[in-house]
Design a protein around this ligand. Structure first.
Ligand code: FES
Length: 104
């Protein structure tokens, strides 16, 4: 069972964008898709740990700003070299305009 943490308000993220969220020293990345769905992943790229919130969101993909590695942020799936390890994802739910992520 997940512990749900309030990460942000829905209005804090534009469609096709990503913002950072930190909780107890752990970095997360929160996404809003073109379809207005919300997703959460680990905050750092699995290649060389660059912060993904500085990256570029394109459809359901986040492109890392350091070496342009890409992940599907809805599944965490790495799209190919240089990122070879999938990204951890977290469940998300939205209640009354607040985005909660499930951790733990
Ligand atoms: S640090 Fe992200 S692709 Fe290298």
């Amino acid at each position: 069972m997940s512990k749900w943490i309030a990460a942000c308000q829905t209005d804090d993220i534009d469609p096709e964008d990503v913002i950072p969220f930190q909780h107890e020293g752990v970095d997360y990345a929160i996404y809003r898709s073109p379809d207005d769905d919300f997703y959460a992943t680990a905050g750092h790229c699995t290649h060389e740990r660059m912060l993904l919130c500085d990256g570029l969101v394109m459809d359901n993909t986040i492109e890392c700003p350091k070496h342009n590695g890409r992940f599907d942020y809805t599944t965490g799936r790495a799209a190919g070299a240089p990122v070879l390890v999938d990204l951890q994802t977290y469940p998300v739910r939205v209640e009354d305009g607040t985005v909660f992520i499930g951790i733990g």
